[in-house]
Design a protein around this ligand. Structure first.
Ligand code: PLP
Length: 782
């Protein structure tokens, strides 16, 4: 519709006039959104037609979260009209950046898992592969975080109202979901819930492909209710299904509403997939691949069985064959508190027929194990139903044809420890797919300045083939390239300062080292270690008049699950230390702490490009992959971290000399855990420095509020420091000193930075998706 700036300006001005003609940015935003939507629609219809006519295999990516971030800018970029629109608007007196800010943040995810799903959709469309997202249209996304009196407070987020241009309600594709009911002699008395899809376009970068993100909304059904059910109660329970996202990251709640959400989205998606199948159901695996993102959608396995058995009338063996050739599973974590385990009673009450099928899957698998004379311990570990508990990860492995971890280390831990028995049983199923990030959002969109520098230096082929970023390697020791890179970094730092300054933060030294720790708050991510280290720096500056380190600004950002008290206390501690440090006229010349409120995708787009140092300091073995680490790397920040998750692969790429690595290795951590041989008290006693620091901390010198101190005490002393903060502390402090020393040598530092960018191409999610497609889904570019 608009291939030139002039055409765009003409069309835009005309529509603005028709819409009332005022100069309000809000009107401009609405008009622009509608125009973009029209452009997308043509391609969307054409893509769907192509898929239908070719009957090519389709991938459906089932995920309880899609953390898509704002769409306007990304969609303009992918349509190839970002610059036209940006310049056209400027000439008409508008700022595109300002209009982008008007879009509410679609916070349909908690963190890494949901963001991964969003990057995958972007890559699928960019590679012109037929792959679509299936999830829930939560009315309220993740809460908005404010810091009040140092504490996190949670506010509801209303994102959905203004998303009209990016979604269409598909009433025609409505399906009905059965809950509850009595089983015998056959299923009766169900409560039906209507599932209505809202489709969002997922635009491929400059290639005309538009895939679909289908988000389901729950509404009341017109079918009769069971006699005992009160309508008001039913209406409320129904609305609740797509009302809000559970705000927990790597933490299960075991709430029935969560199970309802999972079943709701799986059943709705599966029913639609089967209804629109272009072939006899017996050919399902040739036409459909379903990837389940963690175990939240694992109930798709028995639900697909139910549909094949009860609706399609297949025999068990055939239904099982089709199911286990269609579904594949991604494991995201080995943390005990994140493992989904449902009480049998809950499942059998909510979805009695599905539970009956799970029992049968379990019975048959157990019979097979017994036949193999499986040992008791292994038998127990591989039981899907164990002692009245349904283990969703085991169900997911048994019921799928491929199982993957999200980084090499994580996959190895699955194979050798966490799922050792299942790996022995199904060794051919296990494979690794190291996570990735969309370089379009996290480099091109977030950092156009760096993008330009790269393209000026190595041409633009890397945009389609990000691995070609490695052509930058030859600039690692090029002084003028280093200078240019440093200038870009300075620009991004200045922009970040403007951005956070608006939130009322005290002035930030633009020449300081930007050391950034942004991710969900969790014990294993060890924000506590970072803030303890900052306290130790504070002490040294106060006590040692020769210790005057190069200025550093420590940025923190991240949300805590509202019910995760320890994580919330760490946020409080950081803010308490910040107010002390930032007020001290001597100390603040050297260290400054900024807590960025409400960390989300949009803030991330400002933070990653401005970073010098990427804090990736999880307890080794606990972070399955991480993707924030990749966003930093691609923007030229140096990883300061443990050998955990994908950090291992980052270091393999850039070399140890181009990262700051510290701390115990995963094997060492797992040994200490296995033998319960770690004593935090010993570490404190052996280090006079740590002993003093702990004493000062526990006496409340950095904190305000005894509750805060008692939580930290409980974690580090009473609970014996479960994430090895104290154990790794000295090595963390040492690597920080090395980092500061390296920063003083400009040629060394910017050489490291170049190297990190040059080696980051492999972490584009285009690579991950191509591997999935080649090895698991077998999709065809149509
Ligand atoms: C990338 C991203 C994450 C994941 O960060 P990790 O450091 O890998 O935990 C979480 N939240 C947002 C908003 C992100 O963009």
């Amino acid at each position: 519709m608009f291939h030139s700036k002039e055409k765009f300006k003409e069309e835009f001005a005309k529509r603005l006039e028709q819409a009332g003609g005022n100069k309000e940015p809000r009107l401009a935003y609405a008009v622009l959104g509608a125009m973009v939507r029209e452009v997308v629609e043509e391609d969307w219809i054409r893509t769907n037609k192509r898929y239908k006519e070719s009957e090519t295999k389709q991938l459906y990516y089932f995920s309880i979260e899609f953390l898509i971030g704002r769409l306007l800018g990304q969609n303009l970029y992918n349509l190839g009209i970002f610059t036209i629109v940006q310049e056209g608007l400027r000439e008409l007196g508008y700022s595109l950046a300002e209009l982008e800010e008007m879009e509410p943040e679609p916070g349909l995810g908690n963190g890494g898992l949901g963001r991964l799903a969003a990057c995958f959709l972007d890559s699928l469309a960019a590679l012109q592969l037929p792959g679509h997202g299936c999830g829930i249209r939560y009315k309220g996304g993740l809460f908005t975080q404010r810091i009040e009196d140092g504490f996190q407070t949670e506010y509801p987020t209303d994102w959905i109202k203004e998303m009209g241009n990016w979604e269409i309600r598909r009433e025609d594709l409505t399906v009905e979901i059965p809950f509850y009911g009595r089983l015998h002699p056959h299923l009766t008395d169900m409560e039906w819930v209507k599932a209505v899809p809202y489709d969002m376009p997922v635009i491929g970068a400059s290639n005309g492909t538009v895939n679909t993100l289908r988000l389901w909304q729950a509404e009341i059904s017109e079918r009769p209710l069971p006699a005992h059910k009160d309508f008001e109660e039913y209406a409320m329970e129904t609305a609740a299904i797509s009302d809000r996202l559970y705000p927990n990251d790597s933490l299960v709640t075991g709430k029935i509403l969560r199970l309802k959400q999972q079943y709701f989205m799986c059943s709705a998606s599966l029913q639609t997939i089967l209804k629109t199948l272009p072939c006899p159901v017996r050919q399902l695996p040739a036409h459909v691949a379903i990837q389940i993102n963690d175990t939240h959608p694992a109930i798709a396995i028995p639900e697909l069985m139910r549909i094949l058995l009860d609706v399609e009338g297949l025999e068990w063996e055939e239904a099982w064959y089709l199911t286990t050739q269609t579904i594949s599973y991604t494991n995201h974590t080995i943390l005990g508190e994140a493992m989904e385990k449902w009480d049998s009673h809950l499942l059998s009450a909510l979805v009695p027929r599905v539970y009956e099928i799970i029992q049968e899957i379990d019975r048959r698998f157990k019979a097979q194990l017994q036949e193999q004379q499986c040992k008791e311990e292994a038998f127990k570990k591989m039981s899907i139903i164990d002692d009245g508990i349904v283990k969703m990860a085991v169900l997911a492995v048994v019921g799928s044809y491929k199982v993957n971890g999200v980084a090499q280390l994580h996959t190895d831990i699955l194979k050798n420890r966490e799922m050792k028995e299942l790996y022995r049983q199904f060794s051919g199923k296990f494979h690794n797919k190291t996570n990735g990030i969309s370089h379009r959002r996290w480099l091109i969109k977030a950092n156009p300045e760096l993008t330009n520098l790269i393209t000026e230096s190595i041409g633009q082929e890397w945009i389609k083939k990000p691995i070609l970023l490695n052509n930058l390697n030859k600039f690692a020791i090029d002084a003028s390239f280093q200078e240019a890179l440093k200038a870009v970094k300075q620009t991004k730092k200045n922009q970040l300062i403007d951005h956070v300054g608006k939130a009322g933060n005290s002035p930030i030294d633009p020449l300081s080292i930007f050391d950034i720790h942004i991710k969900r708050f969790h014990g294993y991510k060890r924000q506590l270690m970072n803030i303890l280290h900052i306290q130790s720096l504070y002490d040294r500056i106060k006590e040692d008049s020769t210790f005057r380190p190069y200025p550093r600004t420590f940025f923190f950002g991240g949300k805590a699950a509202p019910g995760y008290e320890f994580a919330k206390q760490v946020i409080k501690l950081i803010n308490a230390v910040a107010s002390k440090v930032n007020k001290d006229p001597l100390v603040r010349k050297h260290i400054h702490i900024v807590f960025v409120e409400d960390y989300n995708v949009s803030h991330g787009e400002k933070l990653f490009p401005a970073a010098d140092v990427s804090e990736q300091i999880s307890t080794a073995s606990k972070e399955a992959s991480g993707t924030g680490n990749m966003k930093f790397m691609m923007n030229g920040a140096i990883t300061l971290g443990t050998l955990d998750g994908a950090n291992v692969e980052i270091v393999e790429r850039v070399g140890k000399e181009n990262a700051f690595i510290f701390g115990l290795h995963s094997q060492q951590i797992m040994q200490l855990e296995k033998h319960k041989s770690y004593r935090a008290q010993d570490v404190i006693e052996q280090s006079p420095e740590l002993a003093t620091l702990m004493a000062r901390l526990l006496h409340g010198e950095f904190s305000d509020g005894s509750e805060n101190i008692s939580f930290i005490r409980k974690q580090l002393v009473d609970l014996n420091d479960p994430y090895f903060v104290l154990k790794d502390f000295q090595s963390y402090a040492t690597v920080h000193e090395e980092m500061v020393a390296a920063y003083a040598n400009s040629a060394e530092w910017w050489g490291m930075s170049v190297k990190n960018i040059a080696e980051s191409g492999v972490f584009s999610s285009d690579r991950t998706i191509q591997q999935y497609s080649d090895e698991v889904w077998h999709l065809e570019k149509i």
